[in-house]
Design a protein around this ligand. Sequence first.
Ligand code: SAH
Ligand code: SF4
Length: 356
Amino acid sequence: MTDIFAKIDSGAELTRQDLVEMLSLPDGGQSQALFDRAYKTKLDYIGPKVFFRGLIEFSNICEKNCYYCGIRRDNKETARYVMTDGEIIRAALWANECKYGSIVLQSGERSDKNFIDGVERLVKDIKKGSKGVLGITLCVGEQTEETYRRWFDAGAHRYLLRIETSNPELYKKLHPADHFFEKRLECLRMLKKIGYQVGTGVMIGLPHQTVDDLAGDILFFRDMDIDMIGMGPYIVHEQTPLAAEFPDFTQAKEAQLNLGLKMIAATRILLKDVNIAATTALQALRDDGRELGLKAGANVIMPNITDVKYRDSYQLYQGKPCLNDSRECCKGCLQRRIESIGETIAFNEWGDPLHF
Ligand code: SAH
Ligand code: SF4
């Protein structure tokens, strides 16, 4: 480990093996040293600031059937919803009044005309309603180049599309045969070409996943020249095929959380100037999981501003926190949590990654 620290300090390029070593550190003192080192890098490049993105989970209707996800098409036990345009715009403008700087519109994947037109209209209305102030990120899955372009022209400037895992063989094990790794990769390339700030990420601690796969994920972010990273621990959802195969897979919460934190830290150390989110899945494993994410090198938090009545139905995984907390309540709670670790919220800033 001392060697790795010496190597980091010397500025030498870290290898896949170095990343594997970092990700394999035992929990406790050695992992903590890694988190501290990553936090220092974050302070050097970004300062003690956290950017907010108000997250609106506007629909759980999904055409896809990813084996791990609670809102997959074949889960008949989830009531399906679409928020009304009025509800979505009210949530967005609330974020604007709170000076959140930007929002994320996220949903299940759909490719019908109504959906495509609807997202375009919403982006335009939110841009107009906030007088161009609010930044808009979309996270609505794989689409055609034309659709991505229309939404970009309407005013969306960031797009999140997780590759889920950079190992094509593992991707195959986690998805039905008509979901393609290559297509997802092609989407990331299109988004970049169009001019979006592109975010991707992976699930951490999946069945069949090795530490070498995770090291490969970080190199994938680097090689794809990614601006924003949103990754989080995999958490079982009972009503999914992956849970049927591996029911107790995420029982060891501390270990699962620590692996997630090590991924954040190693990514920060290698990539330095990108935006990295401390995702809600960290908090599902431990109450202060997101704060730990910030202290391990993350610099973005996505407070959930979805209307409370829909939260129950948007459970990608089980144990999602804050199901009953209104957006007003989340704001106060998060502010206290962030101040408690000596960081400040960068209100009124889009918070573009330096990397971009
Ligand atoms: N439908 C869009 C966006 C919503 S899903 C898409 O798939 O891109 C957002 C993310 O939730 C996915 O990218 C996946 O990484 C994550 N997710 C789904 N099921 C999960 C689970 N069981 N545990 C942790 N993350 C999960
Ligand atoms: Fe749909 Fe996204 Fe869940 Fe896959 S991960 S089933 S695309 S919502």
